[in-house]
Design a protein around this ligand. Structure first.
Ligand code: 5GP
Ligand code: MN
Length: 352
């Protein structure tokens, strides 16, 4: 049995909001991932089946690797279709904010969304959500926003609207945000939700292969290079660091999404329980952190890298050079493990 974790009065208010709105916009976080896109497109699909005019506006482009998700081609991408985004937002009667906890996460789109006089509904599973939403469906202990969209539909009595398309979208979020059903999926109800999705006869294996195991040749080579040449281990502190400069990314014809699961790889090493990946983007250093067990990387990202996320999976942006971001990582080591000699020379790679 899947329990109704969302308060009935919240569901009632949401039903009233949806009933009284015809033009609905759904948005999700920048650099959208499988959960952001899957939850947004599933909800879009279902609201359209209810006869609503729905547009999904993303702050920036979806990565090529996720173009297989049903509906991705119809996205209104703010960095590409600015005028269209402005127009649909101006006319919106209801705004869904999916898979992010703070307006900072939608980048420049926030300038447009901020002043809008429209009801806002948050559906999200990140820690510490902002409190300026009319309805906030925030469950940080949930596997994914796709799980929460499923629960919303279930409690609203709308599961009969979930066809193969919508189920495929939700499946992608459940799959990718749990690293292929590896973490954040201890709740037995997760598998009941999965069962309900599988009953819609989705192409489970095809979706798995596209979402989890499809990389370009350049990307596979880039990941091999990063692991062999650019991974430093700090076993005494259980840490790993991978860095890639702009020049290195260009050498491997980097496209967004190419390094998607790289930060997880060092966690395969028994003594490593947290891992940091620093990637030099055009205007900042993108930080990705993962951990296993009772070690919060969202705290690290919030404190040192202008970010946040989940306890075991978090990210942020570092404004500065790659070397400065590396220095910030060493500062983390020094602060968290003051008794260790945390100098760069101590890392395994440097010793060899
Ligand atoms: P990733 O490392 O895959 O980019 O992100 C891991 C998790 O951290 C995701 O849940 C993502 O939403 C969150 N996250 C990534 N980047 C940021 C950021 O810049 N700020 C915040 N608050 N969260 C982030
Ligand atoms: Mn998510």
């Amino acid at each position: 049995m899947i329990s109704p974790i969302i308060e009935e009065k919240t569901i009632e208010r949401l039903r009233a909001y949806i009933n009284s709105a015809q033009r609905i916009v759904i948005t999700c976080h920048k650099s959208p991932d499988g959960d952001a896109l899957g939850s947004s497109l599933a909800l879009c699909h279902i609201l359209r089946r209810l006869g609503k005019d729905v547009v999904v506006v993303t702050p920036d482009m979806a990565p090529k690797s996720l173009e297989f998700i049903p509906g991705v081609r119809e996205l209104v991408v703010y960095t590409k279709h600015e005028l269209r985004a402005r127009n649909v937002l101006k006319d919106a009667q209801l705004l869904f904010c999916l898979d992010f906890n703070s307006m900072k996460r939608i980048d420049r789109l926030a300038e447009l969304v901020g002043p809008l006089n429209v009801r806002r509904v948050l559906i999200d599973h990140h820690l510490d959500p902002d409190d300026d939403f009319d309805i906030s469906i925030s469950f940080p202990e949930s596997s994914s926003t796709c799980e929460l969209v499923f629960r919303v539909l279930m409690q609203m009595g709308l599961l009969r609207m979930m066809d193969r398309h919508a189920a495929s979208c939700l499946y992608v979020g459940l799959l990718t945000d749990t690293g292929g059903f590896a973490y954040s999926c201890d709740n037995p109800e997760f598998y009941e939700i999965l069962a309900s999705i599988l009953r819609r006869r989705i192409d489970r294996i095809g979706l798995y292969n596209k979402a989890m195991n499809t990389f370009s040749a350049d990307s596979v080579r880039l990941q091999g290079y990063a692991l062999s040449e650019k991974m430093e281990l700090f076993p005494e502190q259980g840490a790993a660091l991978i860095t890639l400069s702009k020049e290195e990314l260009e050498r491997f014809n980097y496209n967004r999404g190419d390094t998607e699961t790289l930060v997880n790889k060092p966690l395969a090493i028994p003594e490593i329980y947290w891992s940091v990946f620093l990637r030099e983007d055009a205007d900042k250093i993108k930080v990705s952190c993962r951990s296993q067990g009772d070690f919060s990387v969202s705290d690290i990202c919030a404190r040192y890298f202008n970010g946040g996320g989940h306890f075991n999976a978090a990210g942020g942006d570092y404004v500065g050079s790659l070397d400065e971001a590396i220095a910030a990582f060493h500062q983390v080591l020094n602060d968290l493990f003051p008794d260790n000699d945390n100098s760069q020379e101590q890392s395994i790679q440097e010793q060899e």
